[in-house]
Design a protein around this ligand. Structure first.
Ligand code: F3S
Length: 423
Protein backbone atom coordinates (compact mmCIF):
# COMPACT_ATOMS: atom_id res chain seq x y z
CA UNK A 1 0.00 0.00 0.00
CA UNK A 2 1.27 3.47 -0.86
CA UNK A 3 1.27 5.71 2.22
CA UNK A 4 1.58 9.47 2.57
CA UNK A 5 4.13 11.06 4.91
CA UNK A 6 1.57 11.71 7.65
CA UNK A 7 0.37 8.10 7.42
CA UNK A 8 3.95 6.82 7.63
CA UNK A 9 4.57 9.00 10.68
CA UNK A 10 1.51 7.56 12.43
CA UNK A 11 2.63 4.05 11.50
CA UNK A 12 6.06 4.80 13.00
CA UNK A 13 4.39 5.72 16.28
CA UNK A 14 5.11 9.47 16.06
CA UNK A 15 1.53 10.19 17.21
CA UNK A 16 1.45 7.66 20.00
CA UNK A 17 0.76 4.00 20.40
CA UNK A 18 -3.04 4.11 20.02
CA UNK A 19 -3.01 5.88 16.66
CA UNK A 20 -0.16 3.59 15.60
CA UNK A 21 -2.28 0.54 16.40
CA UNK A 22 -5.24 2.10 14.55
CA UNK A 23 -3.33 2.79 11.35
CA UNK A 24 -1.62 -0.62 11.49
CA UNK A 25 -5.10 -2.14 11.45
CA UNK A 26 -6.24 0.06 8.52
CA UNK A 27 -3.19 -0.86 6.46
CA UNK A 28 -3.77 -4.58 7.07
CA UNK A 29 -7.49 -4.27 6.40
CA UNK A 30 -6.98 -2.21 3.25
CA UNK A 31 -4.28 -4.57 1.95
CA UNK A 32 -6.60 -7.55 2.41
CA UNK A 33 -9.26 -5.71 0.40
CA UNK A 34 -6.86 -4.84 -2.39
CA UNK A 35 -6.87 -1.08 -1.64
CA UNK A 36 -3.76 0.67 -2.95
CA UNK A 37 -4.03 3.60 -0.59
CA UNK A 38 -5.95 5.19 2.25
CA UNK A 39 -8.16 8.24 1.83
CA UNK A 40 -8.75 11.10 4.28
CA UNK A 41 -12.10 11.12 6.04
CA UNK A 42 -13.55 13.70 8.36
CA UNK A 43 -16.90 12.01 8.93
CA UNK A 44 -16.99 8.74 10.85
CA UNK A 45 -20.00 7.06 12.45
CA UNK A 46 -19.92 3.96 14.60
CA UNK A 47 -21.30 2.10 17.56
CA UNK A 48 -18.99 2.26 20.58
CA UNK A 49 -21.32 0.60 23.04
CA UNK A 50 -20.10 -1.02 26.25
CA UNK A 51 -22.77 -3.56 27.07
CA UNK A 52 -23.28 -4.57 30.67
CA UNK A 53 -21.48 -7.91 30.52
CA UNK A 54 -18.44 -6.54 28.67
CA UNK A 55 -18.17 -3.51 30.90
CA UNK A 56 -18.26 -5.71 33.99
CA UNK A 57 -15.61 -7.97 32.49
CA UNK A 58 -13.18 -5.26 31.34
CA UNK A 59 -13.85 -2.65 34.01
CA UNK A 60 -12.68 0.27 31.84
CA UNK A 61 -13.69 1.69 28.47
CA UNK A 62 -10.07 1.96 27.35
CA UNK A 63 -9.57 -1.78 27.97
CA UNK A 64 -12.86 -2.76 26.33
CA UNK A 65 -12.53 -0.57 23.24
CA UNK A 66 -8.83 -1.46 22.84
CA UNK A 67 -10.01 -5.01 22.24
CA UNK A 68 -13.31 -4.50 20.40
CA UNK A 69 -12.28 -1.31 18.60
CA UNK A 70 -8.59 -1.86 17.90
CA UNK A 71 -8.10 -5.60 18.27
CA UNK A 72 -5.51 -5.03 21.00
CA UNK A 73 -5.29 -7.13 24.14
CA UNK A 74 -3.07 -4.48 25.64
CA UNK A 75 -5.05 -1.60 27.18
CA UNK A 76 -4.36 1.53 25.16
CA UNK A 77 -5.19 5.03 26.27
CA UNK A 78 -7.59 6.68 23.81
CA UNK A 79 -6.60 10.18 22.70
CA UNK A 80 -9.07 12.64 21.14
CA UNK A 81 -10.42 11.49 17.80
CA UNK A 82 -8.90 13.08 14.68
CA UNK A 83 -11.96 12.88 12.41
CA UNK A 84 -15.37 14.38 13.12
CA UNK A 85 -17.05 11.34 14.66
CA UNK A 86 -20.47 10.42 15.90
CA UNK A 87 -21.98 7.67 17.99
CA UNK A 88 -24.85 5.93 16.23
CA UNK A 89 -27.46 4.09 18.27
CA UNK A 90 -26.97 2.74 21.76
CA UNK A 91 -28.59 -0.09 23.70
CA UNK A 92 -31.01 1.98 25.79
CA UNK A 93 -32.84 5.24 26.33
CA UNK A 94 -31.83 6.38 29.83
CA UNK A 95 -35.27 8.00 30.27
CA UNK A 96 -37.07 4.65 30.11
CA UNK A 97 -34.99 2.21 32.17
CA UNK A 98 -38.08 0.63 33.74
CA UNK A 99 -39.86 -0.06 30.43
CA UNK A 100 -36.64 -1.43 28.93
CA UNK A 101 -35.93 -3.68 31.89
CA UNK A 102 -32.75 -1.77 32.80
CA UNK A 103 -31.55 -1.04 36.32
CA UNK A 104 -29.37 1.45 38.15
CA UNK A 105 -26.19 -0.36 37.07
CA UNK A 106 -27.20 -0.08 33.40
CA UNK A 107 -27.98 3.60 33.84
CA UNK A 108 -24.58 4.30 35.43
CA UNK A 109 -22.78 2.31 32.73
CA UNK A 110 -24.68 4.18 29.98
CA UNK A 111 -23.83 7.57 31.46
CA UNK A 112 -20.18 6.62 31.97
CA UNK A 113 -20.00 5.35 28.36
CA UNK A 114 -21.33 8.70 27.13
CA UNK A 115 -18.89 10.62 29.31
CA UNK A 116 -15.96 8.58 27.95
CA UNK A 117 -17.06 9.11 24.33
CA UNK A 118 -17.54 12.79 24.89
CA UNK A 119 -14.07 13.03 26.49
CA UNK A 120 -12.46 11.66 23.32
CA UNK A 121 -14.56 14.00 21.14
CA UNK A 122 -17.26 11.68 19.75
CA UNK A 123 -20.58 13.47 19.12
CA UNK A 124 -23.44 11.80 20.99
CA UNK A 125 -26.00 11.79 18.20
CA UNK A 126 -27.21 8.34 19.29
CA UNK A 127 -29.18 7.59 16.17
CA UNK A 128 -29.05 5.59 12.96
CA UNK A 129 -30.32 8.69 11.12
CA UNK A 130 -27.65 11.30 11.92
CA UNK A 131 -28.47 12.87 8.53
CA UNK A 132 -31.80 13.98 10.10
CA UNK A 133 -30.07 15.88 12.87
CA UNK A 134 -27.23 17.77 11.26
CA UNK A 135 -24.69 15.25 10.01
CA UNK A 136 -25.40 15.57 6.30
CA UNK A 137 -22.33 14.67 4.24
CA UNK A 138 -21.96 16.40 0.86
CA UNK A 139 -21.68 14.76 -2.55
CA UNK A 140 -18.27 13.16 -3.00
CA UNK A 141 -17.36 13.34 0.70
CA UNK A 142 -15.44 10.28 1.90
CA UNK A 143 -17.01 8.90 5.07
CA UNK A 144 -16.60 5.79 7.21
CA UNK A 145 -20.00 4.80 8.54
CA UNK A 146 -21.46 1.67 10.05
CA UNK A 147 -25.22 0.96 9.94
CA UNK A 148 -26.55 -0.36 6.65
CA UNK A 149 -29.61 1.92 6.41
CA UNK A 150 -27.48 5.03 6.91
CA UNK A 151 -24.79 3.83 4.48
CA UNK A 152 -27.25 3.22 1.64
CA UNK A 153 -28.91 6.59 2.31
CA UNK A 154 -25.76 8.71 2.21
CA UNK A 155 -24.22 6.83 -0.74
CA UNK A 156 -27.36 7.00 -2.87
CA UNK A 157 -29.42 10.02 -1.88
CA UNK A 158 -26.56 12.35 -0.92
CA UNK A 159 -23.77 11.00 -3.13
CA UNK A 160 -21.34 10.70 -0.22
CA UNK A 161 -18.91 7.76 -0.31
CA UNK A 162 -18.68 5.01 2.26
CA UNK A 163 -18.60 1.26 2.56
CA UNK A 164 -20.57 -0.42 5.34
CA UNK A 165 -17.80 -0.39 7.92
CA UNK A 166 -17.40 -2.37 11.13
CA UNK A 167 -16.48 -1.64 14.73
CA UNK A 168 -12.73 -1.85 14.29
CA UNK A 169 -12.51 0.09 11.03
CA UNK A 170 -14.69 2.95 12.34
CA UNK A 171 -12.75 3.17 15.61
CA UNK A 172 -9.48 3.22 13.66
CA UNK A 173 -10.90 5.82 11.24
CA UNK A 174 -12.00 8.05 14.13
CA UNK A 175 -8.48 7.99 15.58
CA UNK A 176 -6.58 8.48 12.32
CA UNK A 177 -8.92 10.32 9.93
CA UNK A 178 -8.19 7.62 7.32
CA UNK A 179 -10.05 4.73 5.68
CA UNK A 180 -9.02 2.35 2.86
CA UNK A 181 -9.85 3.65 -0.61
CA UNK A 182 -11.86 0.84 -2.17
CA UNK A 183 -15.46 -0.21 -2.89
CA UNK A 184 -17.96 2.65 -2.83
CA UNK A 185 -15.19 5.23 -2.49
CA UNK A 186 -14.32 4.58 -6.15
CA UNK A 187 -16.32 5.71 -9.24
CA UNK A 188 -16.24 2.25 -10.80
CA UNK A 189 -17.86 0.47 -7.86
CA UNK A 190 -20.75 2.94 -7.73
CA UNK A 191 -22.05 2.18 -11.21
CA UNK A 192 -25.36 0.37 -11.58
CA UNK A 193 -25.50 -3.39 -12.15
CA UNK A 194 -29.24 -4.24 -12.31
CA UNK A 195 -32.00 -2.35 -14.08
CA UNK A 196 -35.40 -2.36 -12.36
CA UNK A 197 -38.36 -1.27 -14.48
CA UNK A 198 -40.91 0.02 -11.99
CA UNK A 199 -44.34 -0.38 -13.59
CA UNK A 200 -46.43 0.85 -10.65
CA UNK A 201 -46.99 4.24 -9.09
CA UNK A 202 -45.02 4.08 -5.84
CA UNK A 203 -46.23 6.48 -3.18
CA UNK A 204 -46.23 6.34 0.61
CA UNK A 205 -43.96 4.76 3.18
CA UNK A 206 -45.45 1.29 2.95
CA UNK A 207 -45.15 1.15 -0.85
CA UNK A 208 -41.51 2.27 -0.78
CA UNK A 209 -40.83 -0.41 1.85
CA UNK A 210 -42.36 -3.08 -0.40
CA UNK A 211 -40.38 -1.90 -3.42
CA UNK A 212 -37.14 -1.86 -1.42
CA UNK A 213 -37.82 -5.25 0.10
CA UNK A 214 -38.46 -6.79 -3.33
CA UNK A 215 -35.38 -5.22 -4.91
CA UNK A 216 -33.08 -6.24 -2.03
CA UNK A 217 -34.30 -9.84 -2.32
CA UNK A 218 -33.61 -9.84 -6.05
CA UNK A 219 -30.26 -8.04 -6.30
CA UNK A 220 -28.52 -8.98 -3.03
CA UNK A 221 -25.46 -6.75 -2.70
CA UNK A 222 -25.52 -5.29 -6.21
CA UNK A 223 -26.35 -1.74 -7.34
CA UNK A 224 -29.92 -1.42 -8.67
CA UNK A 225 -30.99 1.38 -11.01
CA UNK A 226 -34.70 2.22 -10.86
CA UNK A 227 -36.44 3.38 -14.02
CA UNK A 228 -40.08 4.49 -14.17
CA UNK A 229 -40.39 6.39 -10.88
CA UNK A 230 -43.01 9.03 -11.66
CA UNK A 231 -43.47 10.75 -8.30
CA UNK A 232 -40.47 12.25 -6.56
CA UNK A 233 -40.16 10.36 -3.25
CA UNK A 234 -39.80 12.15 0.08
CA UNK A 235 -36.69 11.85 2.22
CA UNK A 236 -38.56 9.53 4.59
CA UNK A 237 -39.71 7.29 1.74
CA UNK A 238 -36.10 7.01 0.53
CA UNK A 239 -34.99 6.30 4.10
CA UNK A 240 -37.50 3.42 4.28
CA UNK A 241 -36.64 2.18 0.77
CA UNK A 242 -32.88 2.01 1.39
CA UNK A 243 -33.29 0.33 4.79
CA UNK A 244 -35.54 -2.31 3.18
CA UNK A 245 -33.06 -3.03 0.35
CA UNK A 246 -30.27 -3.36 2.90
CA UNK A 247 -32.34 -5.79 5.01
CA UNK A 248 -33.71 -8.27 2.48
CA UNK A 249 -30.46 -7.93 0.51
CA UNK A 250 -27.25 -6.09 1.23
CA UNK A 251 -27.70 -3.04 -0.99
CA UNK A 252 -25.28 -0.22 -0.13
CA UNK A 253 -26.04 1.98 -3.12
CA UNK A 254 -28.82 2.48 -5.68
CA UNK A 255 -29.69 5.01 -8.33
CA UNK A 256 -32.96 6.69 -9.19
CA UNK A 257 -31.66 8.75 -12.10
CA UNK A 258 -32.64 12.40 -11.90
CA UNK A 259 -33.49 12.05 -8.19
CA UNK A 260 -30.54 10.49 -6.36
CA UNK A 261 -27.14 12.14 -6.43
CA UNK A 262 -24.83 10.29 -8.81
CA UNK A 263 -26.71 10.05 -12.12
CA UNK A 264 -29.12 12.12 -14.18
CA UNK A 265 -29.98 9.35 -16.65
CA UNK A 266 -30.18 5.56 -16.68
CA UNK A 267 -27.23 5.46 -19.12
CA UNK A 268 -25.14 7.60 -16.78
CA UNK A 269 -26.03 5.32 -13.83
CA UNK A 270 -24.60 2.32 -15.73
CA UNK A 271 -21.58 4.28 -17.01
CA UNK A 272 -22.05 2.89 -20.51
CA UNK A 273 -22.18 -0.73 -19.34
CA UNK A 274 -25.02 -3.12 -20.09
CA UNK A 275 -27.13 -4.11 -17.07
CA UNK A 276 -26.25 -7.58 -15.77
CA UNK A 277 -29.99 -8.25 -15.25
CA UNK A 278 -33.24 -6.48 -15.92
CA UNK A 279 -36.13 -6.93 -13.47
CA UNK A 280 -39.64 -5.59 -13.35
CA UNK A 281 -41.75 -4.45 -10.41
CA UNK A 282 -45.46 -4.82 -11.06
CA UNK A 283 -48.56 -6.03 -9.17
CA UNK A 284 -47.26 -9.60 -8.72
CA UNK A 285 -43.91 -8.47 -7.36
CA UNK A 286 -45.64 -6.03 -5.00
CA UNK A 287 -47.90 -8.80 -3.70
CA UNK A 288 -44.92 -11.11 -3.24
CA UNK A 289 -43.08 -8.49 -1.13
CA UNK A 290 -46.19 -7.87 0.99
CA UNK A 291 -46.68 -11.57 1.62
CA UNK A 292 -43.03 -12.07 2.52
CA UNK A 293 -43.13 -9.23 5.03
CA UNK A 294 -46.36 -10.54 6.59
CA UNK A 295 -45.39 -14.20 6.43
CA UNK A 296 -44.80 -14.45 10.19
CA UNK A 297 -48.12 -12.80 11.11
CA UNK A 298 -50.87 -15.30 12.08
CA UNK A 299 -52.33 -13.97 15.32
CA UNK A 300 -54.28 -10.74 14.72
CA UNK A 301 -54.17 -9.75 18.42
CA UNK A 302 -51.44 -7.13 18.39
CA UNK A 303 -49.73 -6.16 21.66
CA UNK A 304 -46.81 -4.01 20.47
CA UNK A 305 -46.73 -1.25 17.85
CA UNK A 306 -43.44 0.31 16.89
CA UNK A 307 -42.61 3.27 14.63
CA UNK A 308 -39.14 4.48 13.82
CA UNK A 309 -36.82 2.09 12.05
CA UNK A 310 -34.77 3.85 10.80
CA UNK A 311 -35.40 6.53 13.44
CA UNK A 312 -38.33 8.85 12.71
CA UNK A 313 -38.06 12.36 11.34
CA UNK A 314 -40.10 15.14 12.95
CA UNK A 315 -42.56 14.93 10.01
CA UNK A 316 -43.16 11.26 10.81
CA UNK A 317 -43.72 12.03 14.49
CA UNK A 318 -46.20 14.73 13.46
CA UNK A 319 -48.08 12.28 11.22
CA UNK A 320 -48.27 9.67 14.00
CA UNK A 321 -49.52 12.31 16.45
CA UNK A 322 -52.16 13.57 14.00
CA UNK A 323 -53.49 10.00 13.78
CA UNK A 324 -53.19 9.36 17.51
CA UNK A 325 -54.50 12.61 18.99
CA UNK A 326 -57.38 12.11 21.40
CA UNK A 327 -57.15 8.29 21.24
CA UNK A 328 -55.99 5.70 23.80
CA UNK A 329 -54.07 2.56 22.99
CA UNK A 330 -55.65 -0.71 24.06
CA UNK A 331 -54.93 -1.80 27.65
CA UNK A 332 -52.08 -4.29 27.79
CA UNK A 333 -50.61 -3.00 24.49
CA UNK A 334 -47.49 -0.87 24.02
CA UNK A 335 -46.64 1.84 21.51
CA UNK A 336 -43.07 3.03 20.96
CA UNK A 337 -42.16 5.96 18.73
CA UNK A 338 -38.39 6.01 18.12
CA UNK A 339 -36.44 9.15 17.28
CA UNK A 340 -32.97 10.67 17.46
CA UNK A 341 -32.46 12.52 20.75
CA UNK A 342 -32.40 15.92 19.01
CA UNK A 343 -35.79 15.16 17.46
CA UNK A 344 -37.14 14.08 20.84
CA UNK A 345 -36.27 17.59 22.11
CA UNK A 346 -37.99 19.19 19.13
CA UNK A 347 -41.02 16.92 19.49
CA UNK A 348 -41.28 17.92 23.15
CA UNK A 349 -41.27 21.60 22.18
CA UNK A 350 -44.20 20.86 19.89
CA UNK A 351 -46.05 18.92 22.60
CA UNK A 352 -45.89 15.61 20.68
CA UNK A 353 -44.57 13.79 23.75
CA UNK A 354 -47.83 14.70 25.53
CA UNK A 355 -49.95 13.41 22.62
CA UNK A 356 -48.05 10.10 22.62
CA UNK A 357 -48.03 9.76 26.41
CA UNK A 358 -51.74 10.65 26.76
CA UNK A 359 -52.47 7.86 24.32
CA UNK A 360 -50.41 5.49 26.49
CA UNK A 361 -47.28 5.34 24.30
CA UNK A 362 -43.67 6.46 24.74
CA UNK A 363 -41.39 8.71 22.70
CA UNK A 364 -38.08 6.89 22.91
CA UNK A 365 -34.65 7.98 21.68
CA UNK A 366 -31.12 6.59 21.43
CA UNK A 367 -32.03 2.96 20.77
CA UNK A 368 -34.35 0.47 19.03
CA UNK A 369 -35.69 -3.04 19.69
CA UNK A 370 -33.29 -4.74 17.26
CA UNK A 371 -30.11 -3.01 18.42
CA UNK A 372 -30.90 -2.91 22.12
CA UNK A 373 -32.66 -6.30 22.15
CA UNK A 374 -35.54 -4.49 23.82
CA UNK A 375 -39.25 -5.12 23.76
CA UNK A 376 -42.12 -4.63 26.16
CA UNK A 377 -42.30 -7.61 28.49
CA UNK A 378 -44.51 -10.40 27.19
CA UNK A 379 -44.73 -9.14 23.59
CA UNK A 380 -46.11 -11.76 21.23
CA UNK A 381 -47.31 -9.83 18.17
CA UNK A 382 -45.78 -6.69 16.67
CA UNK A 383 -47.26 -4.27 14.14
CA UNK A 384 -44.92 -1.84 12.41
CA UNK A 385 -44.63 0.41 9.38
CA UNK A 386 -40.92 -0.49 9.11
CA UNK A 387 -39.96 -3.11 6.54
CA UNK A 388 -36.60 -3.50 8.30
CA UNK A 389 -38.03 -4.31 11.74
CA UNK A 390 -40.72 -6.56 10.21
CA UNK A 391 -37.86 -8.45 8.55
CA UNK A 392 -35.57 -8.77 11.58
CA UNK A 393 -37.61 -8.78 14.79
CA UNK A 394 -39.57 -12.05 14.40
CA UNK A 395 -36.40 -14.11 14.04
CA UNK A 396 -34.40 -12.10 16.60
CA UNK A 397 -37.06 -12.04 19.30
CA UNK A 398 -39.27 -15.02 18.49
CA UNK A 399 -42.44 -13.00 17.92
CA UNK A 400 -45.01 -12.63 15.13
CA UNK A 401 -45.23 -9.40 13.16
CA UNK A 402 -47.42 -7.42 10.79
CA UNK A 403 -46.27 -4.83 8.28
CA UNK A 404 -48.53 -2.06 7.01
CA UNK A 405 -49.22 1.65 6.75
CA UNK A 406 -48.74 4.09 9.61
CA UNK A 407 -52.52 4.43 9.86
CA UNK A 408 -53.07 0.66 10.03
CA UNK A 409 -50.47 0.45 12.79
CA UNK A 410 -52.03 3.29 14.81
CA UNK A 411 -55.40 1.53 14.47
CA UNK A 412 -53.82 -1.72 15.67
CA UNK A 413 -52.44 0.10 18.73
CA UNK A 414 -55.89 1.53 19.53
CA UNK A 415 -58.00 -1.57 18.89
CA UNK A 416 -55.43 -4.28 19.68
CA UNK A 417 -56.35 -5.95 16.37
CA UNK A 418 -54.51 -6.16 13.05
CA UNK A 419 -56.83 -5.26 10.21
CA UNK A 420 -54.29 -4.23 7.61
CA UNK A 421 -54.47 -5.51 4.05
CA UNK A 422 -52.88 -4.94 0.66
CA UNK A 423 -55.25 -2.66 -1.22
FE1 F3S B 1 -31.98 2.09 13.25
FE2 F3S B 1 -32.38 0.07 14.86
FE3 F3S B 1 -33.60 0.23 12.58
S1 F3S B 1 -30.41 0.99 14.41
S2 F3S B 1 -32.22 1.25 11.22
S3 F3S B 1 -33.88 1.65 14.28
S4 F3S B 1 -32.71 -1.63 13.42
Amino acid sequence: MILTDDEKAMLDGKEGKTRQKAIEFLVKYGTALGAERLVNTNNVGGYMIADRASYRKFGSFDALFSLTGLDSEETLEFPKVKAFSCQFETDMDPEYCDIEGKDEEDYRRFKANEEWLSKIGVQLMCTCTPYLVGNVPVKGEHCAWMESSAVVYINSVLGARTNCEGNTSTTAAMLTGKIPYWGFHTDEHRLGSHLVNVELKVEGLMEWGLLGYYIGKMVGEKVPVLDGIKIVPSRDELKQFGAATASSGGVEMYHIPGITADAHTVEEAFGGRTPAFTLKYGPEERKYAYEQLNMIGKNTDVDFVMFGCPHNSIQQVQEICDLLEGKRIKGGSSLWVLVPRAIKDLAKRNGYDKVIESAGGVLMSDTCPALGHLMPKGTRVLATNSAKQAHYLPSMMGIESWYGTTEECVNAAVTGRWEGALK
